[in-house]
Design a protein around this ligand. Structure first.
Ligand code: FPP
Length: 246
């Protein structure tokens, strides 16, 4: 059969996908429900996405679950989000273990309530040998804070030599994780919201109007298919990329 050269073969599955899960509040408002119900429904989306990610061979999935700025939300909502996190961590350990999925966390974790830190530590320990998928929850996470924290750690160590990008990366919360290939943002806003500012330098961006509580398996598959049809250039020309691929 003759090869059709007009149809490019899809590229690889992204190794590391990161998600800004936005739109829980709007989902609830449209249904005349409390915002909290939106967050609760959002947990179901997170479960569906984790399961699908593992199934299709994504190795790393990072979820922006609570930003450093989220502490400024009304006290009631912050307490409710912490309760949901407590519930998620209490129920999820066994499920993650059964799916050979490792749990990891990034952010200023010392700001979290003590019992949540303990729960997190317990599930992380329980799943530390799992090697099919690593999910990272960004909790009390801020990108600028992360960079400043890295700079201050370098200063505190008294480093006198110039620091390379590679050295610097080791001081970030994400040290040990590969660079994200794809950022998905739900809820339609075109912003980074202080998420992984250093790490997203070369990531592909996919924004969907779908609100997070509605984002399930088929939406993730659609985002991945979209990514696989893109040409990643890393600053090179299209011609150079094609040469490399030859
Ligand atoms: C944004 O919705 C979402 C958050 C503040 C994060 C909370 C995310 C979850 C509860 C889902 C998964 C959590 C875990 C622990 C896996 P929003 O309130 O900003 O929505 P809006 O922009 O429509 O108001």
């Amino acid at each position: 059969m003759q090869k059709n050269h007009n149809i490019p073969t899809p590229g690889p599955i992204p190794r590391h996908v990161v998600i800004i899960m936005d739109g829980n509040g709007r989902w609830a408002r449209r249904k005349n429900l409390d915002r909290l119900i939106g967050h609760r429904e959002g947990i179901k989306s997170a479960r569906s996405v984790v399961r699908t990610a593992r199934e299709i061979g994504i190795e790393y999935l990072t979820l922006y679950a609570f930003s450093a700025q989220n502490w400024k939300r009304p006290g009631e909502e912050v307490l409710a989000l912490m309760d949901l996190l407590r519930e998620y961590l209490s129920n999820e350990g066994e499920k993650l273990l059964a799916q050979n999925t490792r749990l990891n966390a990034i952010g200023n974790l010392s700001n979290l309530p003590q019992d949540i830190r303990e729960l997190l530590g317990r599930v992380m320990k329980m799943t530390e040998e799992c090697n099919s998928l690593t999910i990272t929850l960004a909790l009390s996470y801020g990108g600028r804070e992360e960079i400043i924290n890295a700079v201050n750690s370098i200063i505190a160590e008294g480093e006198k030599k110039p620091v390379s990008e590679k050295d610097f990366q080791e001081y970030l919360y994400t040290s040990g994780l590969p660079e994200p290939d794809l950022l998905i943002r739900t809820g339609g806003e075109m912003r980074l919201s202080n998420f992984l500012l250093w790490q997203l330098a070369y990531a592909e961006i996919y924004v969907t109007k779908t609100l997070w509580p509605n984002f399930r398996r088929r939406h993730l598959l659609k985002a991945i298919a979209n990514y696989r049809n893109r040409e990643r250039r890393f600053g090179l020309t299209g011609e150079q990329i094609r040469e490399k691929g030859r």
